[in-house]
Write a protein that binds this ligand. Structure first.
Ligand SMILES: [Zn+2]
Ligand SMILES: [Zn+2]
Length: 347
């Protein structure tokens, strides 16, 4: 099976590996699509804090945003059969410790991270991929394998929207036009938000946000505070989802939120935000939380996709064949890309 390895420093290579052996609780997946994440690009370049702090062991098998088809199942697998269309979690628990035995997979002390940092679990930029049954989910009918490869970033965004009581009266402001921002906007729309507003600066990406059904604010030529005030009758956003990690956007979030508003932080910041006005947080009684992936988010996302069948395709701005995937790992090749999808096998 053809498998891609990142070697760091902007280099990578393919290897032809033998078909892996299966443990009884594991599934062999024929990978159809795997999305390129910003983390993949960082790890490929090697110039990121993870690599610099020695949290990555090269060569590394990247790929944690995959969709595929069940090719073979281990002897104890009961929930999946040959030909099922599936996606999976971005972290893999050992399945053997006390927590795993109790079904508390997110407490497993032996968790490995799919295709990223140590302790690493071999990623999915490969023709075949092995994963335990308890991390696998069926793709609902009507969702294509290509769209389904967006489920992992959607599961990250869902960590914010599931903590927000979004309804038809709500205004949700999403800062950032990357894949997570788009996913947050789609989930907000699916939750029935009265207004979902994506705030960014790249006109191409904002166009995609509009195609998804969001309203947009381009900070290059619009004042985000005036616009949100106008849209909400001066009240401010009920919910703010910060997905950009850009300097100043934490302060923006505080200022965009209404009194009693809720702010979910998904973006990672390169530097500490030093200029935060804590008094604004206190006087507006804001509720602020951070989002990291959790076990269970994937099934939550799949349920929403099954019920609402949102149009996700505008998020996939670029597509490459597997042999050309290295092009997709170089960020500067695709300055307007929201999600570059690698097609690994025919469906
Ligand atoms: Zn990712
Ligand atoms: Zn465990």
């Amino acid at each position: 099976m053809k498998t891609f390895f990142a070697d760091g420093k902007g280099k990578g290579h393919f290897e032809n590996l033998p078909e892996p052996a299966l443990k009884e609780n594991e599934i062999l997946v024929k990978i159809c699509y795997c999305g390129v994440c910003g983390t993949d690009q960082d790890l490929f370049s090697g110039s990121c804090s993870f690599a610099e702090n020695g949290q990555v062991t090269y060569p590394v098998r990247l790929g944690h945003e995959w969709s595929g088809i069940v090719e073979k199942v281990g002897s104890s697998v009961t929930k999946f059969k040959l030909g099922d269309r599936i996606v999976g979690d971005n972290a893999v628990a050992c399945g053997e410790c006390e927590d795993c035995t109790n079904g508390d997979f997110d407490k497993c002390p032996n968790t490995r991270y799919v295709g990223t940092i140590d302790p690493v679990y071999d990623g999915a930029f490969s023709e075949y991929f092995v994963i335990p049954e308890h991390h696998v989910y069926k793709i609902p009918d009507g969702i294509s394998l290509k769209e389904a490869a967006l489920c992992e970033p959607f599961s990250v965004a869902y960590g914010a929207t599931k903590r927000m009581n979004i309804n038809s009266e709500s205004t949700v402001a999403v800062i950032g036009t990357g894949c997570i921002g788009m996913a947050a906007a789609v989930l907000s729309i699916c939750a029935g938000a009265g207004k979902t507003v994506v705030i960014g600066r790249n006109p191409e990406k904002l166009k995609a946000a509009k195609a998804l059904g969001a309203e947009i604010i381009n900070i290059r030529n619009q004042d985000r505070f005036e616009e949100i005030d106008r849209m909400t009758g001066g009240k401010g956003a009920d919910f703010v989802i910060e997905c950009s990690g850009a300097q100043g956007t934490f302060t923006d979030s505080i200022n965009l939120a209404r009194g009693g508003g809720i702010i979910g932080l998904i973006g990672f910041y390169e530097k500490s935000e030093t200029d935060v006005n804590v008094d604004t947080i206190v006087s507006k009684s804001l509720n602020i939380f951070g989002v990291m992936g959790e076990y269970g988010n994937m099934s939550g996302v799949l349920k929403i996709l099954e019920q609402k069948k949102p149009n996700m395709l505008p998020i996939i701005t670029d597509e490459l064949n597997f042999e050309d995937c290295m092009k997709g790992f170089v960020r500067s090749n695709y300055p307007n890309s929201i999600k570059t999808m690698i097609k690994i096998c025919e469906e």
